[in-house]
Design a binder for this molecule. Structure first.
Ligand code: MG
Length: 171
């Protein structure tokens, strides 16, 4: 059961995720979370670095889709200028949004990575749906209301995993 909360990989930020490494693994698609993964949850637009990261993926034929549990307005305003497909109100960790993106991308599950900052939504959802998952350190430590609750549970799981030696990085 706890294995479902364990990411395949953990990195500091999305910028550690580079096309060359993905291609080595046969990855052609990325499903990424928005809030606290790409930008802080209260930042409206993509930063120049994020814009650059999206361009880099595009230049390398790696498709990116944003899946967020946040509302339409937030996700749309962020995603549209990037020209990237998106799903809002995704209800992660439920599998539906993940699976429909894989279909849209016309890729196998093992050709897609799921990136996010939360164990209870991104990692659990990605794992449960059968994808390779990468956990990033949240961009800021503050969160919206629902996330605050999730973080409490998450902290317990992370502490447990650290004790068991399953997770080794420090935040
Ligand atoms: Mg997030």
């Amino acid at each position: 059961m706890l294995k479902l909360f364990l990411p395949n990989e953990h990195v500091k930020s999305i910028f550690d995720i580079q096309p060359a490494i993905l291609k080595q693994k046969g990855i052609k698609g990325i499903i990424t979370d928005l809030d606290n993964t790409l930008v802080a949850w209260d930042v409206k637009d993509a930063t120049p670095e994020v814009i650059q990261w999206f361009k880099l993926m595009k230049d390398n034929d790696i498709k990116v889709t944003i899946i967020s549990n946040n509302k339409q307005e937030r996700v749309k305003v962020f995603s549209e200028p990037l020209g990237t497909p998106f799903i809002f109100s995704a209800r992660k960790p439920l599998s539906r949004a993940f699976k429909s993106v894989a279909q849209q991308m016309e890729m196998r599950k093992d050709e897609i990575v799921v990136i996010g900052d939360q164990l209870l939504t991104d990692v659990l959802g990605g794992n449960f749906a059968g994808f390779y998952t990468i956990l990033v350190v949240p961009i800021v430590q503050t969160d919206g209301k629902i996330t605050k609750f999730n973080r409490k549970i998450e902290r317990r799981i992370l502490n447990y995993m650290r004790r068991k030696g399953k997770i080794s990085w420090e935040e």
